[in-house]
Design a protein around this ligand. Sequence first.
Ligand SMILES: *Cc1c(COP(=O)(O)O)cnc(C)c1O
Length: 381
Amino acid sequence: MATNPPILPYARQSVSDDDIEAVVEVLRSDWLTTGPKVEAFETAFAEFIGVAEAVAVANGTAALHAAMAAAGIRPGDEVIVPAMTFVATANAAVYQQARPVIADVDPATLLIDPDSVEKKITGRTKAIVAVDYAGQPCDYDALRRIADRHGLRLIADACHALGAEYKNKKVGVLADFTVFSFHPVKHITTGEGGIVTTGDRDAAECLRRFRSHGINANHRERSEKDTWRYEMESLGYNYRLTDFQCALGLSQLRTLPARIARRREIARAYDRAFGSFAHVKPLAIAPQVGHAYHLYVVRVRDRASVYGRLRQRGIGVNVHYLPVHLHEYYRRTFGTGAGDCPVAEQAYEEILSLPMFSAMAIDDLCRVVEAIAEEVEEHAA
Ligand SMILES: *Cc1c(COP(=O)(O)O)cnc(C)c1O
């Protein structure tokens, strides 16, 4: 009986012996949570981005929630988010009892379409969320112009775009708040984890309070000052990231440039291979961007059957994403539905994320290209 080949996943973490040692060292120390590694990780991350402040939290979704709170999103506000994103982007607005308003995307890049954003603005709009889909930065100049003209905050969900650049500026300095995730499928991991970057020191204080119950001083600071007293100033959550996770993040951060370079190499190899294919269309890339390639997305016809045939061959392709407004919860709660964002809906029928991670071997890459050649290109001919 033939056994199926092992599944090549679309994403996978890389954890080295150095990473493991860094975590173990913290496990043997006095601080398991909110110790010296949190600040060390935040400082190193802020330095990598070139931004004043970075605030580490429990996961990327918590980072989005914290950014919404720090941006002043309140009940009844409207927050514009793109249709083509992970549901967490929109959920974060709902956590603040705001209404997510779904904007359509550009057909070539699947990034939020500034014209669609402009059309969705009302007197209640408070913020725009840019999602750097697949790892490609949005049109930040256009979004900033719209935000400034209407007095809106600009939040970036850059969970796909750690290390990406827009006009020679790193993603992380382009919005009022930028959010990253350290889930194992992302560029670097802390198991679960996330971070918010901002240039505004007061906003960073707000984020720090938000991640710890809205209390104005953390346990370590109190212990250093030898005082029992603390004040809860606002409603916050327990969104803290542990010290051993930050040790992992700090260790992973050292290899980030090499990881990004490797992802770009894999993307170039895919680009070259698919350049001569008539039935495989990689997403367009705007000039003046440095893509970080969290995902490598192609458009194909008859996606459902292509997906099935590739999975059958052990190629762990995936679909990112069912548009937000088509999810049952959003349809039921906010009355969204088919026809709201036709570009995202059409794209959803065709998109396929191919395996893309920094530890991917040349053999894996060849296996994917060969499978695509046979199951898409030759199948369509
Ligand atoms: C991964 C991701 C998130 C959420 O991050 P978690 O760390 O899993 O909470 C949010 N938005 C986008 C676009 C993501 O890819």
